[in-house]
Design a binder for this molecule. Sequence first.
Ligand code: PAF
Length: 293
Amino acid sequence: MEVIRGVRQMQEKALTVRAAGRSIALVPTMGFLHEGHLELMRVGRRLCDVLVISIFVNPTQFGPSEDFDQYPRDEEGDLQKARDVGVDLVFIPTAREMYPEGFQSVVHVERVTQGLCGTSRPGHFDGVTTVVAKLFNIVGPDVAVFGQKDYQQLTAISRMVTDLNMPIKIVGVPTVREPDGLAMSSRNKYLDQEERASALSLKKSLDLAERMLAEGETDAGVVRQAVESLILEHPHTRIDYVTLCDPVSLEEVTRLGEETLLALAVHVGRTRLIDNRVIRKGTPGPPEGEGAS
Ligand code: PAF
């Protein structure tokens, strides 16, 4: 496994790979790798000849009062995990390398970035789509793999690739969960024991909504209220949003249709967690206390 830190070196390496007729899969990450990331890498590994990952805690997607400085980092541990999963190349640029003096360009995706996390994290998705567009230009992947846990991010990146004619296949991978259902996230590390228990309210509310739909409830307001009550029963929780929306346009709905995205962002203590599920009519809800994904 080779580690590359320079943009120029990464571009040259990628050119050599492509000139040899080999396909490239890219998994962009911000490091502190967990099983969710490793699953993205396994998918990338299966799809292409050469697997590249990037590790870059991207400053432009964090707001001024967010956790950029505290964001967990563990380069040595990450490299070991990447090696074990069969990564070929790890691109680890510095912020200076990615955003040199005079940098002033932004890739902005309009409507799908406006609601949900776009409301409470202004500028976040501009940071994401800009850095991902840069990574695509640097690595030139045939395939790029992202987690469905960041559903809005995945939607914005897919939109960008379509709108800007980027010849890259975007693959979304289902959320990987802890045995008790908590979605894996680098930020789970911030939770103390009590908060960790309350964090389960996110997954429980996805199950609740799915159950309500299975039992015939299609009023989005009723489902939202039930979900909010369930979350707030748990100590240390504060709701950022509970949104039922169209899974493609991400526009809020008043009635649950054939497919509806339930997206959640909840502060548990000082940690902001997100989770989501596309709930479908005709799908029996999971039994009480059991996960669907
Ligand atoms: O999902 C992430 O880890 C980041 O948003 C990404 C896609 C690596 C861009 O910085």
